[in-house]
Design a protein around this ligand. Structure first.
Ligand SMILES: [Zn+2]
Length: 75
């Protein structure tokens, strides 16, 4: 009987840990998407496409949507 009680306590403990991890992951994902939503949009110096600043390629104070445009703008 004591053993059954121990198993139940362990199961509850595992469930608690899992729910805490799940909640932590969900809140992290939410904050990350929120960050992406509020991140500044910058225009590619070559083609003018707007890309989030975090995804843009920075070069000498200019922003590019891709490495290709960075190269093309240099030449
Ligand atoms: Zn571009």
């Amino acid at each position: 009987m004591a053993q059954l009680l121990r198993i139940i306590i362990i199961l509850i403990g595992v469930w608690l840990v899992l729910s805490i991890i799940k909640r932590a992951l969900a809140s992290r994902r939410k904050s990350r998407s929120h960050q992406a939503a509020i991140s500044k949009m910058v225009a590619c110096d070559h083609c003018g496409t707007h890309v989030p600043e975090s995804e843009a390629i920075r070069d000498d104070g200019r922003h590019y949507c891709s490495e290709e445009h960075q190269k093309q703008a240099r030449t």
